[in-house]
Design a protein around this ligand. Structure first.
Ligand SMILES: Cc1cc2nc3c(=O)[nH]c(=O)nc-3n(C[C@H](O)[C@H](O)[C@H](O)COP(=O)(O)OP(=O)(O)OC[C@H]3O[C@@H](n4cnc5c(N)ncnc54)[C@H](O)[C@@H]3O)c2cc1C
Length: 410
Protein backbone atom coordinates (compact mmCIF):
# COMPACT_ATOMS: atom_id res chain seq x y z
CA UNK A 1 0.00 0.00 0.00
CA UNK A 2 1.29 3.49 -0.72
CA UNK A 3 1.10 6.47 1.61
CA UNK A 4 -2.18 8.37 1.45
CA UNK A 5 -1.60 11.45 3.55
CA UNK A 6 -4.79 12.45 5.30
CA UNK A 7 -5.08 13.85 8.82
CA UNK A 8 -5.91 10.27 9.83
CA UNK A 9 -2.62 8.93 8.56
CA UNK A 10 -0.09 11.53 9.76
CA UNK A 11 0.93 11.89 13.40
CA UNK A 12 3.67 13.47 15.46
CA UNK A 13 4.27 10.18 17.26
CA UNK A 14 3.18 6.62 16.46
CA UNK A 15 3.51 4.12 19.29
CA UNK A 16 3.59 0.46 18.23
CA UNK A 17 2.14 -1.84 20.92
CA UNK A 18 -0.21 -1.26 23.84
CA UNK A 19 1.56 -3.01 26.72
CA UNK A 20 2.91 -1.06 29.72
CA UNK A 21 5.71 0.46 27.61
CA UNK A 22 3.35 1.60 24.85
CA UNK A 23 0.66 2.87 27.23
CA UNK A 24 3.19 4.92 29.21
CA UNK A 25 4.92 6.25 26.11
CA UNK A 26 1.65 7.31 24.50
CA UNK A 27 0.42 8.96 27.64
CA UNK A 28 3.65 10.91 28.22
CA UNK A 29 3.86 12.11 24.61
CA UNK A 30 0.16 13.05 24.42
CA UNK A 31 0.26 14.80 27.81
CA UNK A 32 3.12 16.94 26.48
CA UNK A 33 0.95 18.03 23.55
CA UNK A 34 2.06 15.70 20.73
CA UNK A 35 -0.49 14.21 18.32
CA UNK A 36 -0.13 10.53 19.15
CA UNK A 37 -1.52 7.33 17.64
CA UNK A 38 -1.13 3.89 19.24
CA UNK A 39 -1.22 0.88 16.91
CA UNK A 40 -1.97 -2.45 18.59
CA UNK A 41 -2.38 -5.69 16.65
CA UNK A 42 -4.79 -7.29 19.16
CA UNK A 43 -8.18 -6.06 20.18
CA UNK A 44 -8.09 -4.70 23.71
CA UNK A 45 -8.37 -5.83 26.41
CA UNK A 46 -6.02 -8.71 25.52
CA UNK A 47 -4.23 -11.39 27.52
CA UNK A 48 -0.43 -11.29 27.97
CA UNK A 49 1.50 -14.19 29.51
CA UNK A 50 2.76 -12.51 32.67
CA UNK A 51 2.61 -13.01 36.43
CA UNK A 52 1.14 -9.55 36.87
CA UNK A 53 3.24 -9.03 39.99
CA UNK A 54 3.81 -5.32 40.57
CA UNK A 55 6.97 -4.60 42.52
CA UNK A 56 7.34 -1.25 44.29
CA UNK A 57 9.09 0.36 41.31
CA UNK A 58 6.08 -0.57 39.15
CA UNK A 59 3.50 0.87 41.52
CA UNK A 60 5.70 3.98 41.94
CA UNK A 61 5.83 4.59 38.18
CA UNK A 62 2.49 3.28 36.94
CA UNK A 63 0.89 6.73 37.14
CA UNK A 64 -2.72 5.48 37.44
CA UNK A 65 -4.96 4.62 40.37
CA UNK A 66 -4.49 0.90 41.02
CA UNK A 67 -7.28 0.63 43.60
CA UNK A 68 -9.74 -1.15 41.29
CA UNK A 69 -7.08 -3.23 39.56
CA UNK A 70 -5.22 -4.97 42.38
CA UNK A 71 -6.64 -8.49 42.83
CA UNK A 72 -4.55 -9.33 45.90
CA UNK A 73 -1.54 -8.21 47.87
CA UNK A 74 1.21 -10.31 49.40
CA UNK A 75 2.69 -10.00 52.86
CA UNK A 76 4.30 -13.42 53.38
CA UNK A 77 6.60 -15.69 51.41
CA UNK A 78 7.31 -19.38 51.08
CA UNK A 79 10.64 -20.20 49.43
CA UNK A 80 11.71 -23.67 48.23
CA UNK A 81 14.54 -25.15 46.19
CA UNK A 82 13.07 -27.54 43.63
CA UNK A 83 10.21 -28.29 45.99
CA UNK A 84 12.43 -28.98 49.03
CA UNK A 85 13.96 -27.08 51.96
CA UNK A 86 10.74 -25.12 52.55
CA UNK A 87 11.08 -21.86 54.45
CA UNK A 88 8.07 -19.64 55.17
CA UNK A 89 8.35 -16.12 56.49
CA UNK A 90 6.10 -13.14 57.03
CA UNK A 91 6.68 -9.64 58.21
CA UNK A 92 5.42 -8.76 61.63
CA UNK A 93 3.88 -5.51 60.37
CA UNK A 94 1.97 -7.60 57.73
CA UNK A 95 2.28 -4.64 55.39
CA UNK A 96 1.78 -5.83 51.79
CA UNK A 97 4.93 -5.65 49.70
CA UNK A 98 3.79 -6.95 46.33
CA UNK A 99 0.56 -6.23 44.41
CA UNK A 100 -1.08 -8.66 42.02
CA UNK A 101 -2.95 -7.56 38.91
CA UNK A 102 -4.23 -9.18 35.75
CA UNK A 103 -2.35 -7.80 32.78
CA UNK A 104 -5.61 -7.65 30.85
CA UNK A 105 -6.86 -5.06 33.34
CA UNK A 106 -3.58 -3.17 33.82
CA UNK A 107 -2.83 -2.70 30.11
CA UNK A 108 -6.40 -1.61 29.35
CA UNK A 109 -6.25 0.96 32.18
CA UNK A 110 -2.89 2.32 30.99
CA UNK A 111 -4.26 2.64 27.46
CA UNK A 112 -7.38 4.42 28.75
CA UNK A 113 -5.09 6.89 30.58
CA UNK A 114 -3.20 7.51 27.32
CA UNK A 115 -6.51 8.12 25.54
CA UNK A 116 -7.62 10.49 28.29
CA UNK A 117 -4.39 12.43 27.68
CA UNK A 118 -5.33 12.74 23.99
CA UNK A 119 -3.79 9.69 22.27
CA UNK A 120 -5.73 8.05 19.42
CA UNK A 121 -5.85 4.25 19.67
CA UNK A 122 -6.24 1.85 16.75
CA UNK A 123 -6.52 -1.80 17.66
CA UNK A 124 -6.47 -4.80 15.34
CA UNK A 125 -3.67 -3.07 13.39
CA UNK A 126 -0.52 -5.10 12.87
CA UNK A 127 2.63 -3.17 12.00
CA UNK A 128 4.65 -4.95 9.32
CA UNK A 129 7.66 -2.65 9.07
CA UNK A 130 9.14 0.84 9.26
CA UNK A 131 10.81 2.94 6.56
CA UNK A 132 12.91 5.98 7.35
CA UNK A 133 13.33 8.12 4.28
CA UNK A 134 15.63 10.79 5.63
CA UNK A 135 18.14 8.83 7.66
CA UNK A 136 19.33 9.91 11.07
CA UNK A 137 18.26 13.47 12.03
CA UNK A 138 21.74 14.05 13.47
CA UNK A 139 23.21 13.28 10.02
CA UNK A 140 20.73 15.71 8.49
CA UNK A 141 21.76 18.45 10.88
CA UNK A 142 25.38 17.78 10.04
CA UNK A 143 24.50 18.17 6.35
CA UNK A 144 25.13 14.50 5.60
CA UNK A 145 21.59 14.09 4.26
CA UNK A 146 20.08 16.55 1.77
CA UNK A 147 17.20 18.49 3.32
CA UNK A 148 13.73 17.74 1.97
CA UNK A 149 10.20 17.82 3.32
CA UNK A 150 9.76 14.05 3.00
CA UNK A 151 12.90 13.29 4.93
CA UNK A 152 11.35 14.10 8.28
CA UNK A 153 9.01 11.13 8.40
CA UNK A 154 8.95 7.50 9.33
CA UNK A 155 6.57 5.48 7.17
CA UNK A 156 4.73 2.76 9.07
CA UNK A 157 3.54 -0.21 7.03
CA UNK A 158 0.47 -2.01 8.39
CA UNK A 159 -1.24 -5.22 7.32
CA UNK A 160 -4.18 -4.64 4.99
CA UNK A 161 -4.24 -0.84 5.28
CA UNK A 162 -2.70 2.36 3.95
CA UNK A 163 0.71 3.45 5.23
CA UNK A 164 0.85 5.86 8.16
CA UNK A 165 3.51 8.48 8.79
CA UNK A 166 4.99 9.94 11.96
CA UNK A 167 7.82 12.28 12.92
CA UNK A 168 8.88 9.80 15.62
CA UNK A 169 7.98 6.13 16.14
CA UNK A 170 8.20 4.44 19.53
CA UNK A 171 8.58 0.67 19.23
CA UNK A 172 6.88 -0.91 22.24
CA UNK A 173 5.87 -4.11 20.50
CA UNK A 174 7.40 -6.57 22.95
CA UNK A 175 10.08 -9.23 22.90
CA UNK A 176 9.45 -10.53 19.36
CA UNK A 177 8.41 -7.25 17.75
CA UNK A 178 9.36 -5.72 14.41
CA UNK A 179 10.66 -2.46 15.88
CA UNK A 180 13.50 -4.11 17.80
CA UNK A 181 14.64 -5.74 14.55
CA UNK A 182 14.45 -2.37 12.73
CA UNK A 183 16.57 -0.66 15.39
CA UNK A 184 19.04 -3.58 15.53
CA UNK A 185 18.46 -4.54 19.17
CA UNK A 186 20.83 -7.35 20.20
CA UNK A 187 20.07 -9.63 23.13
CA UNK A 188 22.47 -11.93 24.96
CA UNK A 189 19.96 -13.69 27.19
CA UNK A 190 16.81 -15.33 25.86
CA UNK A 191 14.46 -17.02 28.31
CA UNK A 192 11.12 -18.72 27.99
CA UNK A 193 8.35 -18.38 30.57
CA UNK A 194 5.62 -21.02 30.89
CA UNK A 195 2.60 -20.00 32.88
CA UNK A 196 -1.01 -20.88 33.64
CA UNK A 197 -3.93 -19.19 35.40
CA UNK A 198 -5.53 -21.91 37.55
CA UNK A 199 -9.05 -21.59 38.93
CA UNK A 200 -9.15 -23.15 42.40
CA UNK A 201 -11.69 -23.89 45.13
CA UNK A 202 -12.11 -21.63 48.16
CA UNK A 203 -9.99 -23.87 50.43
CA UNK A 204 -6.97 -23.75 48.13
CA UNK A 205 -7.46 -20.03 47.52
CA UNK A 206 -7.47 -19.46 51.29
CA UNK A 207 -4.33 -21.51 51.74
CA UNK A 208 -2.40 -19.17 49.46
CA UNK A 209 -4.17 -15.91 50.32
CA UNK A 210 -1.54 -13.21 50.88
CA UNK A 211 1.33 -15.68 50.35
CA UNK A 212 3.83 -15.75 47.50
CA UNK A 213 5.68 -18.96 46.61
CA UNK A 214 9.12 -18.79 44.98
CA UNK A 215 10.84 -22.04 43.98
CA UNK A 216 14.46 -21.95 42.81
CA UNK A 217 14.41 -24.36 39.87
CA UNK A 218 16.48 -27.41 38.86
CA UNK A 219 17.41 -25.87 35.49
CA UNK A 220 20.37 -23.49 36.07
CA UNK A 221 19.12 -19.89 36.39
CA UNK A 222 15.44 -20.90 36.47
CA UNK A 223 12.77 -20.34 39.07
CA UNK A 224 9.06 -20.86 39.54
CA UNK A 225 6.34 -18.84 41.25
CA UNK A 226 2.81 -18.98 42.56
CA UNK A 227 1.05 -15.62 42.70
CA UNK A 228 -2.26 -15.69 44.61
CA UNK A 229 -5.13 -13.72 43.06
CA UNK A 230 -8.19 -14.89 45.00
CA UNK A 231 -9.79 -17.85 43.23
CA UNK A 232 -7.12 -17.70 40.52
CA UNK A 233 -3.53 -18.79 41.12
CA UNK A 234 -0.96 -17.67 38.55
CA UNK A 235 1.72 -20.36 38.40
CA UNK A 236 4.75 -20.27 36.15
CA UNK A 237 8.44 -21.00 35.60
CA UNK A 238 11.10 -19.13 33.63
CA UNK A 239 14.58 -20.01 32.45
CA UNK A 240 17.01 -20.32 29.55
CA UNK A 241 15.19 -21.00 26.27
CA UNK A 242 17.95 -23.43 25.27
CA UNK A 243 16.76 -25.67 28.12
CA UNK A 244 13.17 -25.65 26.83
CA UNK A 245 12.42 -29.38 27.29
CA UNK A 246 13.84 -29.42 30.85
CA UNK A 247 11.83 -26.28 31.68
CA UNK A 248 8.63 -27.88 30.39
CA UNK A 249 9.29 -30.87 32.68
CA UNK A 250 9.98 -28.51 35.60
CA UNK A 251 6.69 -26.64 34.94
CA UNK A 252 4.66 -29.85 34.85
CA UNK A 253 6.23 -31.19 38.06
CA UNK A 254 5.76 -27.81 39.78
CA UNK A 255 2.05 -27.73 38.85
CA UNK A 256 1.65 -31.33 40.03
CA UNK A 257 3.37 -30.64 43.36
CA UNK A 258 0.94 -27.79 43.95
CA UNK A 259 -2.00 -30.15 43.36
CA UNK A 260 -3.14 -28.17 40.32
CA UNK A 261 -2.80 -30.67 37.46
CA UNK A 262 -6.57 -31.20 37.24
CA UNK A 263 -7.57 -27.60 38.03
CA UNK A 264 -9.27 -25.70 35.20
CA UNK A 265 -6.91 -23.28 33.46
CA UNK A 266 -8.09 -19.89 32.19
CA UNK A 267 -4.86 -19.60 30.22
CA UNK A 268 -1.80 -21.79 29.75
CA UNK A 269 0.87 -20.34 27.50
CA UNK A 270 4.52 -19.55 26.92
CA UNK A 271 6.29 -16.30 26.10
CA UNK A 272 9.89 -15.27 25.46
CA UNK A 273 11.82 -12.64 27.37
CA UNK A 274 15.03 -11.20 25.89
CA UNK A 275 17.65 -9.19 27.76
CA UNK A 276 19.60 -6.65 25.71
CA UNK A 277 23.36 -6.86 25.30
CA UNK A 278 25.07 -4.04 27.21
CA UNK A 279 25.84 -1.96 24.10
CA UNK A 280 22.66 -2.75 22.17
CA UNK A 281 21.03 0.30 20.50
CA UNK A 282 17.90 1.96 21.91
CA UNK A 283 17.36 4.23 18.93
CA UNK A 284 17.82 4.29 15.19
CA UNK A 285 17.12 7.62 13.54
CA UNK A 286 13.58 8.64 14.44
CA UNK A 287 12.68 5.28 15.96
CA UNK A 288 13.06 4.67 19.71
CA UNK A 289 12.50 1.31 21.40
CA UNK A 290 11.18 0.79 24.95
CA UNK A 291 10.31 -2.08 27.29
CA UNK A 292 10.68 -5.66 26.08
CA UNK A 293 11.18 -4.42 22.49
CA UNK A 294 14.48 -2.94 23.70
CA UNK A 295 15.39 -5.96 25.86
CA UNK A 296 14.94 -3.90 29.03
CA UNK A 297 14.15 -6.11 32.02
CA UNK A 298 15.85 -7.49 35.10
CA UNK A 299 18.12 -10.35 33.93
CA UNK A 300 17.73 -12.22 37.24
CA UNK A 301 14.05 -11.91 38.16
CA UNK A 302 12.89 -11.16 34.58
CA UNK A 303 10.70 -8.46 36.13
CA UNK A 304 9.86 -6.19 33.22
CA UNK A 305 6.79 -4.08 33.99
CA UNK A 306 8.70 -1.39 35.90
CA UNK A 307 11.31 -1.30 33.09
CA UNK A 308 8.55 -0.95 30.47
CA UNK A 309 6.76 1.81 32.41
CA UNK A 310 9.94 3.82 32.97
CA UNK A 311 11.50 3.44 29.51
CA UNK A 312 8.09 4.05 27.91
CA UNK A 313 7.68 7.33 29.72
CA UNK A 314 11.22 8.43 28.83
CA UNK A 315 10.59 7.55 25.17
CA UNK A 316 7.28 9.46 25.15
CA UNK A 317 8.93 12.54 26.64
CA UNK A 318 11.83 12.35 24.17
CA UNK A 319 9.45 11.97 21.21
CA UNK A 320 7.35 14.95 22.32
CA UNK A 321 10.55 16.98 22.77
CA UNK A 322 11.75 16.04 19.28
CA UNK A 323 8.54 17.14 17.57
CA UNK A 324 8.42 20.36 19.55
CA UNK A 325 5.17 19.61 21.32
CA UNK A 326 4.06 22.66 23.35
CA UNK A 327 4.28 21.08 26.81
CA UNK A 328 7.43 19.04 26.15
CA UNK A 329 10.36 19.52 28.44
CA UNK A 330 13.86 19.71 27.04
CA UNK A 331 15.27 20.63 23.69
CA UNK A 332 13.52 20.36 20.34
CA UNK A 333 14.82 18.30 17.42
CA UNK A 334 17.31 15.49 17.33
CA UNK A 335 18.86 16.47 20.68
CA UNK A 336 15.79 15.10 22.48
CA UNK A 337 16.13 11.79 20.62
CA UNK A 338 19.90 11.75 21.16
CA UNK A 339 19.36 12.06 24.91
CA UNK A 340 16.99 9.07 25.15
CA UNK A 341 19.60 6.25 25.22
CA UNK A 342 21.64 8.06 27.87
CA UNK A 343 18.58 8.62 30.03
CA UNK A 344 17.61 4.95 29.81
CA UNK A 345 21.18 3.89 30.61
CA UNK A 346 21.31 6.24 33.60
CA UNK A 347 18.06 4.95 35.11
CA UNK A 348 17.95 1.28 34.11
CA UNK A 349 21.57 0.43 33.27
CA UNK A 350 22.78 -0.02 36.88
CA UNK A 351 19.76 -2.19 37.75
CA UNK A 352 20.36 -4.44 34.75
CA UNK A 353 24.09 -4.74 35.49
CA UNK A 354 23.31 -5.72 39.09
CA UNK A 355 20.69 -8.25 37.95
CA UNK A 356 23.26 -9.87 35.65
CA UNK A 357 25.70 -10.27 38.54
CA UNK A 358 23.11 -11.87 40.83
CA UNK A 359 21.93 -14.16 38.02
CA UNK A 360 25.55 -15.34 37.61
CA UNK A 361 25.78 -16.27 41.29
CA UNK A 362 22.30 -17.81 41.36
CA UNK A 363 22.97 -19.92 38.23
CA UNK A 364 26.13 -21.40 39.73
CA UNK A 365 25.07 -21.78 43.38
CA UNK A 366 21.29 -22.00 43.68
CA UNK A 367 21.52 -23.88 47.00
CA UNK A 368 23.69 -21.24 48.63
CA UNK A 369 21.47 -18.48 47.25
CA UNK A 370 18.42 -20.29 48.66
CA UNK A 371 20.04 -20.53 52.08
CA UNK A 372 21.08 -16.87 51.97
CA UNK A 373 17.80 -15.45 50.72
CA UNK A 374 15.54 -17.48 52.96
CA UNK A 375 17.57 -16.69 56.08
CA UNK A 376 15.89 -14.53 58.75
CA UNK A 377 18.40 -11.70 58.23
CA UNK A 378 17.95 -11.49 54.47
CA UNK A 379 14.16 -11.92 54.32
CA UNK A 380 13.75 -8.26 55.32
CA UNK A 381 16.20 -7.24 52.61
CA UNK A 382 14.36 -9.39 50.04
CA UNK A 383 11.04 -7.68 50.84
CA UNK A 384 12.65 -4.23 50.76
CA UNK A 385 14.03 -5.04 47.31
CA UNK A 386 10.57 -6.07 46.09
CA UNK A 387 9.02 -2.98 47.65
CA UNK A 388 11.53 -0.80 45.81
CA UNK A 389 12.87 0.66 49.05
CA UNK A 390 16.34 -0.45 47.94
CA UNK A 391 17.78 -1.92 44.74
CA UNK A 392 20.22 -4.73 44.03
CA UNK A 393 22.47 -2.12 42.39
CA UNK A 394 22.50 -0.14 45.63
CA UNK A 395 23.19 -3.25 47.72
CA UNK A 396 26.09 -4.24 45.45
CA UNK A 397 27.80 -0.97 46.36
CA UNK A 398 28.34 -2.47 49.83
CA UNK A 399 31.78 -4.17 49.76
CA UNK A 400 30.58 -7.24 51.73
CA UNK A 401 27.66 -7.91 49.42
CA UNK A 402 29.81 -7.34 46.33
CA UNK A 403 32.47 -9.76 47.56
CA UNK A 404 29.87 -12.42 48.45
CA UNK A 405 28.20 -12.24 45.02
CA UNK A 406 31.60 -12.34 43.27
CA UNK A 407 32.64 -15.40 45.31
CA UNK A 408 29.38 -17.21 44.54
CA UNK A 409 29.76 -16.49 40.82
CA UNK A 410 33.09 -18.32 40.58
C1 LIG B 1 5.86 -15.87 32.03
C2 LIG B 1 6.21 -14.43 32.32
C3 LIG B 1 5.89 -13.88 33.55
C4 LIG B 1 6.21 -12.55 33.83
N1 LIG B 1 5.85 -12.04 35.04
C5 LIG B 1 6.14 -10.75 35.33
C6 LIG B 1 5.71 -10.18 36.56
O1 LIG B 1 5.04 -10.82 37.38
N2 LIG B 1 6.05 -8.88 36.83
C7 LIG B 1 6.79 -8.14 35.94
O2 LIG B 1 7.10 -6.98 36.24
N3 LIG B 1 7.16 -8.65 34.74
C8 LIG B 1 6.85 -9.92 34.40
N4 LIG B 1 7.19 -10.42 33.18
C9 LIG B 1 7.80 -9.53 32.17
C10 LIG B 1 6.69 -8.62 31.56
O3 LIG B 1 5.60 -9.41 31.15
C11 LIG B 1 7.23 -7.84 30.36
O4 LIG B 1 8.50 -7.30 30.69
C12 LIG B 1 6.27 -6.71 29.97
O5 LIG B 1 5.08 -7.24 29.44
C13 LIG B 1 6.89 -5.78 28.93
O6 LIG B 1 5.93 -4.84 28.51
P1 LIG B 1 5.99 -4.20 27.05
O7 LIG B 1 4.95 -3.16 27.01
O8 LIG B 1 7.39 -3.85 26.73
O9 LIG B 1 5.64 -5.40 26.05
P2 LIG B 1 4.32 -6.30 25.95
O10 LIG B 1 3.61 -6.34 27.23
O11 LIG B 1 4.75 -7.59 25.34
O12 LIG B 1 3.39 -5.51 24.92
C14 LIG B 1 3.70 -5.47 23.55
C15 LIG B 1 2.43 -5.16 22.76
O13 LIG B 1 2.76 -4.98 21.39
C16 LIG B 1 1.80 -5.61 20.58
N5 LIG B 1 2.44 -5.93 19.30
C17 LIG B 1 3.41 -6.83 19.06
N6 LIG B 1 3.76 -6.81 17.76
C18 LIG B 1 2.98 -5.87 17.17
C19 LIG B 1 2.88 -5.41 15.83
N7 LIG B 1 3.65 -5.90 14.85
N8 LIG B 1 1.97 -4.44 15.56
C20 LIG B 1 1.20 -3.92 16.54
N9 LIG B 1 1.25 -4.35 17.83
C21 LIG B 1 2.14 -5.29 18.14
C22 LIG B 1 1.42 -6.85 21.39
O14 LIG B 1 0.15 -7.37 20.99
C23 LIG B 1 1.41 -6.30 22.81
O15 LIG B 1 0.15 -5.79 23.16
C24 LIG B 1 6.89 -11.76 32.87
C25 LIG B 1 7.23 -12.31 31.62
C26 LIG B 1 6.89 -13.63 31.35
C27 LIG B 1 7.23 -14.20 30.00
Amino acid sequence: MGAIDTPDSIFDVIVVGAGPAGGSAARAAAAAGARVCVLERSSMPRYKTCGGGLVGLSTDHVGIDLAGLVRATVSSLTMTWDGRYTVSRGRTDARPWLSMVMRTDLDAALLAAAQAAGAIVRTGVQVLGLLESGGDPADRQAGAVAPGADDDWVTVRVRGGADLRARVVIGADGASGRCGTHVGVRCDQVDVGLEGEFVVDAALADRWAGRLLIDWGPVPGSYGWLFPKGRVLTVGVIGDRAQGAALRGYYERFVERLGLTAAPRQHDSGHLTRVRAVDSPLRRGRVLVAGDAAGLLDPWTREGISFALRSGRLAGEAAAGAVGAPGAAGSVGSAALDAYPDRVEAVLGPEMAAGRKVLGAFTRRPGVMHALMSGPGTFGLFTRLIEGRTTVAHQLRRPGVRAAVAALSR
